[in-house]
Design a protein around this ligand. Structure first.
Ligand code: KG4
Ligand code: ZN
Length: 342
């Protein structure tokens, strides 16, 4: 089963061909991806209008590249899968129209994929993780803990009540003048910092439930910066603030996931894995903390390779395959959705 996946919901234009019936390790036949980071960097964040235009400029070439690398033509495809939301709607429309055009001309089935579902099912693409599993989805736009019961069946155990974790990383990095995107830059700065120099809050720690909150922590960093002597922050100040923020965020997420594991084990005694996905899953201290939590709870810890944690088209093709296996195909008149909760 050969599927072409297309992803254009944020700042990555991506196309990939997946052979869904191959064993793990051999499923992703080709991948073409173009990051728009350089185009958005001057603005310190993703500009939707620029993103949409850039997707339009590049999507055809990326699809051609993925097909060429796979050594196939459109006639060889069994189906297409495309991100139909949630995301920046201009970009989503570009991907959806491209996929619809190919599907219509070549008479191929098309699956409209929820981007979050793409992230949620990635551990099955990379590691064959069986249902049900516990998922921490942490990216620039999303921060949720889900019990993944089956394809299309997700129980939300917790969500952020304000910022997403990646958003908090990006905003604090901006505050400290660490550049864009903030997450990787902040992690790097934190390596040279003392996490104990500043006393920062651990949001939601000890509270019932599994929800997240990061805006208080972000405000705390801002207030700490404002209380420092006037003038620019020294490199050591920046490193200590970065380390303090990262330690507080990881501690807070750890507390929430620990609660979620207890709930998950009650609800699904046969569940075997704690899984993470989304761009923030690239954070090394966070990964280490989750791995230790999983080991304590006797769960496998699965984190897909970094290139499939961040936005990509292989995960969309794979999610499409999971639906196709269950006989689900979308009709060609489906509408792109800026909002689409799982
Ligand atoms: O999943 P993703 O590529 O895009 C979406 O938001 O859907 O995630 C991007 C987010 C950004 O906020 C970025 O700063 C964050 O992931 N990120 C990190 C790291 N690498 C990427 N945050 C913390 N530590 C990292 N190493
Ligand atoms: Zn994403």
């Amino acid at each position: 089963m050969l599927i072409l996946g297309i992803e254009t919901s944020c700042d990555e234009t991506a196309a990939a061909v997946v052979r869904a019936d191959a064993p793990k390790g051999g499923r992703v036949v080709s991948e073409a991806i173009l990051s728009q980071l350089d185009e958005h960097r001057p603005y310190g964040g993703v500009v939707p209008e620029i993103a949409a235009r850039s997707h339009l400029d590049h999507i055809d070439a990326l699809v051609a590249q993925a097909m060429e690398q796979a050594g196939i033509g459109f006639a060889d495809l069994d189906a297409l899968a495309v991100t139909a939301g949630p995301g920046l709607i201009g970009g989503v429309i570009v991907g959806v129209m491209t996929a619809k055009a190919i599907a219509a001309v070549h008479r191929k089935p098309l699956v409209a994929v929820n981007h979050l579902e793409g992230h949620a099912l990635t551990p099955r693409l990379s590691d064959d993780v069986p249902f049900p599993y516990l998922l921490l989805l942490v990216s620039g736009g999303h921060c949720q803990i889900l019990a993944v019961e089956d394809v299309g069946r997700y129980r939300r155990l917790g969500t952020t009540i304000d910022d997403a974790a990646g958003e908090a990383f990006d905003k604090v990095a901006k505050m400290l003048g660490l550049g864009y995107p903030g997450g990787p830059a902040l992690q790097k700065a934190a390596e040279r910092g003392d996490p104990r120099r500043f006393d920062l809050p651990r949001p939601m720690k000890g509270r019932p439930g599994c929800d997240f909150s990061f805006s208080g922590l972000k405000t705390s960093v801002r207030q700490t910066v404002e209380k420092m002597p006037p003038g620019p922050l020294s490199e050591q100040d920046k490193a200590d603030l970065a380390a303090g923020f990262q330690a507080a965020l990881v501690d807070s997420v750890r507390d929430r996931v620990k609660k979620a594991i207890i709930l998950f084990k009650e609800l699904y005694p046969h569940g075997t894995a704690l899984v993470t996905a989304g761009g923030v899953a690239a954070n090394v201290p966070l990964r280490a903390s989750l791995k230790a939590l999983a080991a304590q709870a006797d769960l496998d810890f699965v984190a897909p390779p970094l290139k499939w944690c961040t936005d990509n088209a292989a995960m969309i093709a794979w999610a499409g395959a999971e639906h196709l296996r269950r006989g689900a195909v979308s009709s060609l008149d489906f509408k792109p959705r800026p909002r689409w909760p799982l």
